[in-house]
Design a protein around this ligand. Structure first.
Ligand code: GAR
Length: 214
């Protein structure tokens, strides 16, 4: 939406996104770019990270988005840290939580609070190659086609219902950095498209089947 002076204003109906990220935040950057278009239907209202040095924090600051650091070291135990995450996220009253390179496992108590509203992006075609080193594992296995997955978060590691996937070829001579980069290009496009569609059309889940729109 444009004001007469040409400034864009946020649509009040835009869904509120909180992005959890541990790293550089290129997926966050893609979401922030997409929301410049008011018709996108979603906007990032908060960024939460477990790492004080995460590049995602710089992106949030540059975009004028509030952020919070909830570092594991600042808590006595994992339960306390999970409570800290829940508190930090809840402040932003999110419609959806987007895990974009968040490299920690959240407790079931946190997952349950956002059941059906927490999505993760993963650089492999799940259910193949879940876990912390999917691209390395993909190359080690010698598969010829890999990709990226946006899925709902459940109590398992990368096991929730799959919402959307894009295939990416593995090329002769690929190593972890080259394949990671090719997947990430596809991943950013998939995440932006999927989150926008969910915000505009809704997400419906029946057992393991997740679908966007009715
Ligand atoms: C992304 O490729 C994301 O899928 C991956 O971390 C990267 C973060 O990139 N996540 C996982 O591997 C989670 N298991 P970014 O910081 O540039 O958005």
């Amino acid at each position: 939406m444009q004001t007469p002076s040409g400034h864009s204003v946020e649509s009040s109906s835009a869904k509120r996104l909180v992005v959890l990220a541990s790293g550089g935040g290129s997926n966050l950057a893609a979401l922030l770019a997409a929301q410049q278009e008011a018709s996108y239907g979603a906007r990032v209202v908060g960024v939460v990270t477990d790492r004080p040095t995460a590049g995602a924090l710089d992106l949030a600051r540059d975009a004028g988005v509030a952020s919070a650091v909830v570092a594991m070291n600042d808590f006595d135990d994992r339960a306390g840290w999970n409570d800290g995450i829940l508190e930090a996220v809840s402040v932003f009253q999110p419609d959806y939580l987007i895990l974009a390179g968040f490299m920690r496992i959240l407790a079931p108590s946190v997952v349950r609070k956002f059941e059906g509203r927490m999505m993760n992006t993963h650089p492999a075609l799940l259910p193949s190659f879940p876990g912390a080193h999917p691209v390395r594992d993909t190359l080690a296995h010698g598969v010829k086609v890999t990709g990226c997955t946006v899925h709902l978060v459940d109590d398992g590691v990368d096991t929730g219902p799959i919402i959307a996937q894009t295939a990416v070829p593995v090329l002769d001579g690929d190593d972890e950095p080259t394949l990671t980069e090719r997947i990430k290009v596809a991943e950013r496009a998939l995440l932006v498209e999927t989150v926008g569609r969910i915000a505009r059309e809704g997400l419906y889940v029946a057992g393991r089947k997740a679908s966007i729109g009715r």
